[in-house]
Design a protein around this ligand. Structure first.
Ligand code: CP3
Length: 356
């Protein structure tokens, strides 16, 4: 063969970042850190930038999205940016009447109750997602070698909002459909999977260096029901983006009993909340996956010395992992002190540096 004519695929600019390396279980110069919900209400500069623009409108304004996404990167020195958007943005993009009520969450005007309602849930076209594509292109140009984490909502979590019409503690209507109309329920999750696939592939093709599927509320489901009604739709999402070659992270809250099943849905990295120590989580997930987590967000309100001790405990529990991405066990609380978050980043970097 003639080596000069060989085509090598250009490397992703973030392929050698600590975040991507940790997701791939490769050696890292330090444990990478980012925070779920790192952009947003904890930062005074966020309130200034949003300046009265409704949440979901702001998500369709590429310059504003870029500014808000960059704010925590500048302030905290985190190892990744998280695309400023929301899990309901692709629903808004296809014309679903959805709004985010401050202090409440997503509210859907016409909830999904029947097979006929699925017609409104069409898969977004590239035209529907032009503002998403534009924002991610602006962002990745500005970020260079720092990865942008793209994300989407997982089928179960989005289905809960669509069926309940808003946030729910018990997910009663969702489960009533799951048990009472399983064919409708699985058709809905399958449709949402296709919507999320369009949202994620747009972000990856515009330059996102990793993606996370947020299944925030899946911890409400029993393992047997998860495997039967939920896992196939989540697995479809991971399989559909696999060939694009960026690491895939899978996160949910209260998933102690689901960790192995979550891993088996196909992601490269399993996100863990603070209820399960990372060494125990690794036993449950099994080999071949990196883990992400899992500092209790409430510890951010403790004095600095107690915060340091809690961070160190996470690092100790992560010591034997194949790959570790440091994060909170859930999102940054809106009233967290940004100084405490910056302290966490510095502590993790300082105490995990390998000198390589
Ligand atoms: O920095 C980041 O993490 C990126 C931005 C991001 C937002 N939402 C912005 C946002 C991400 C990754 C999300 C995902 C999301 N949205 C999830 C999964 C993550 C999780 O926390 O479990 C969920 C469940 C949603 C739905 C949603 N959107 C909720 C529950 C809320 C909070 C409502 C409230 O006011 O308490 C939102 C609104 C939202 N999404 C805000 C932000 C910055 C707050 C908007 C504001 O400023 O009022």
């Amino acid at each position: 063969f003639v080596s000069g004519t060989q085509q090598t695929k250009p490397q992703h600019p973030a392929a050698d970042s600590a975040l991507v390396r940790a997701c791939r279980r490769e050696p890292v110069p330090h444990t990478p850190v980012w925070f779920m919900r790192q952009a947003g209400r904890a930062l005074p500069e966020y309130h200034k930038a949003r300046n009265g623009v409704p949440m979901l409108e702001s998500c369709f304004m590429p310059e504003l999205v870029t500014e808000i996404t960059m704010q925590p990167v500048r302030r905290y020195g985190v190892d990744a940016a998280v695309y400023f958007s929301d899990i309901v943005v692709p629903l808004k993009a296809i014309g679903i009447d959805v709004e985010i009520k401050p202090g409440v969450g997503p509210v859907i005007a016409e909830p999904v109750r029947s097979l006929a309602d699925l017609d409104r849930l069409r898969v977004p076209t590239p035209e529907d997602l032009t503002a998403i594509d534009a924002a991610v292109r602006l962002l990745t140009a500005e970020l260079g070698a720092t990865p942008l984490i793209g994300f989407g909502g997982a089928p179960f979590t989005l289905a809960s909002y669509l069926i309940e019409g808003g946030p729910s503690k018990g997910h009663e209507l969702t489960k009533a459909m799951m048990y009472g109309a399983p064919e409708l329920f699985t058709a809905l999750l399958d449709r949402i999977a296709d919507i999320t696939i369009a949202f994620l592939t747009t972000q990856i093709d515009a330059g996102a260096g990793a993606v996370q599927l947020f299944d925030s509320w899946v911890g409400a489901v029993a393992p047997e029901d998860y495997r039967r009604y939920v896992q196939p739709a989540s697995a479809k999402v991971f399989a559909a983006v696999a060939s694009r070659g960026v690491p895939r992270i899978h996160f949910g809250v209260g998933t102690g009993e689901l960790l192995r099943d979550l891993g088996e849905a196909g992601a490269d990295v399993v996100g863990v909340d603070w209820r399960v120590p990372l060494d125990e989580a690794a036993r449950r997930v099994g080999p071949g996956k990196a883990l992400q987590g899992n500092l209790d967000p409430a510890v951010l309100f403790a004095p600095p010395a107690a915060l340091d001790a809690a961070v160190q405990r996470v690092l100790d529990q992560a010591a034997g992992l194949e790959g570790h991405v440091f994060n909170l066990g859930h999102g940054v609380p809106p009233n967290a002190d940004p100084g405490q978050l910056a302290r966490v980043v510095e502590y993790v970097h300082e105490h995990t540096r390998t000198g390589s």
